[in-house]
Design a protein around this ligand. Sequence first.
Ligand SMILES: Cc1cc2nc3c(=O)[nH]c(=O)nc-3n(C[C@H](O)[C@H](O)[C@H](O)COP(=O)(O)OP(=O)(O)OC[C@H]3O[C@@H](n4cnc5c(N)ncnc54)[C@H](O)[C@@H]3O)c2cc1C
Length: 493
Amino acid sequence: MADEIADVIVVGAGNAAFCAALAAQEQGAKVLMLEAAPQQESGGNSRFTAGSIRVVYNGVEDIKTLVPDLTPAEIESTDFGTYTADQFFDDMARVTQHRADPDLVELLVTKSFATLNWLREKGVRFIPIYGRQAFQIDGKFKFWGGLTVESVGGGPGLVAMLTQAAANRGIAIRYGTRALHLLYDGIRVEGVRVRRDGALRELRALSVVLACGGFEANAEWRTRYLGPSWDLAKVRGTRYNTGDGIRMALDIGASSRGNWSGCHAVQWEMNAPEFGDLAVGDQFQKHSYPFGILINGAGKRFIDEGADFRNYTYAKYGRAVLEQPGQFAWQIFDQKVKHLLRDEYKIRQITKVAANTIEEFAQKLDGVNAAEFLKTIEEWNRAVRTDVPFNPNIKDGRCTQGLAVDKSNWANLIDTPPFEGYAVTCGVTFTFGGLRIDTDAAVLSTDYQPIRGLYAAGELIGGLFYFNYPGGTGLMSGAVFGRIAGTSAANGQ
Ligand SMILES: Cc1cc2nc3c(=O)[nH]c(=O)nc-3n(C[C@H](O)[C@H](O)[C@H](O)COP(=O)(O)OP(=O)(O)OC[C@H]3O[C@@H](n4cnc5c(N)ncnc54)[C@H](O)[C@@H]3O)c2cc1C
């Protein structure tokens, strides 16, 4: 691998990197991908995902384009609804409190459908997310929350299909190769310095695309930028995303951008390991909380579990759990909603208690003030608006009234044993702060000029997500900006 020369070097081998590599290759470039992880651990956070992708579609015809093998029976029994560009714009604006960069959002939204079709042409297959994004009511599945398709085989399937697509097109991938520095002569980026098998090498290229993730797996940076206690969060995905790409670019004068103190973080199995486990994938997440309540160690509720559909609250509620004493909470359900719990509640690696009386249950919730918990349940059961019908497919307005922290939707009495509790802590997914790019995905300097030969995509671009995030947007952002970055890098813009 001495002084290997490519037209475009792509750093990383996750979704954004593959999209960049495929797009650059499509322009006729010779592409080399560098991946810090060994092949068996490669694929980045993309491999840990469920493969859910947020995409604009205007009805079943668009879904049929993305999923051509949809059967007539499936079409008949499903209300796919729509997810229009306006809805995607609104979601991005609302959940980021109008901070998301309008130019980046415009690209994300308007290119989402075309980009998924492009990925299909490259060999990536999609299916509707029947399991998690649609509940069956009166024999008909109805999709909700703007998240309707996923890659076949989830994240592992997505990475396998992308890897195959790259191999089919002669794109080389060097695993176990960590990029350390950019080769930069003060005018343009000319390659990267890497470490492989303990040796340092310089790899030359006309352009470099950084697609090597955020800094979520770097406990020191998390504490430095996200704040106190973030060192205590579990990392949901890969241990390789330590902010290298961001650091390399800042070292040569790139401009930082976005919500550096913000991140995507969810409720995650209390006793999960420090980093993600590929055998478990995203199943440590616990995302059925809209149908239950959350209790902290003081025995009190602390958040509106039903403020919105899961897709619009899950990414910020990890932080809420991290802020509780001991950085944990218990998710509480009774039997009435048991059938609504997602598959991830059925895995073996879970901290779960169950009891037939509420008093016995209170004693079993480790670390919780039992007397306060019983008081909370009593008050809760008095506050539920049972006159409003419960409907998990819509924001049903079945709320509580008069509590210090009310619940806005899907409030149910907690009165039907056995009661179940699941212990959760905070799992960090990815960080929001990153590099400033323009609409060609060129990395900008602190003078806001494109740094020649340097492009970026995926988690390490800043300016898209602030405070929160609409589920399924990470993969779409990686795909849209990866494709743009690869195209720009190949054309040397
Ligand atoms: C458990 C989990 C579930 C998720 N579910 C979803 C979902 O269903 N839908 C969705 O849209 N998003 C989901 N996300 C978010 C999504 O994973 C990310 O937004 C997206 O995958 C990021 O893609 P990426 O290519 O930027 O980064 P990654 O896929 O993380 O790829 C970055 C790659 O760079 C490599 N790397 C790092 N440093 C270096 C270096 N110095 N040199 C060389 N290589 C390096 C890493 O090893 C890694 O392979 C989920 C994330 C997690 C952790």
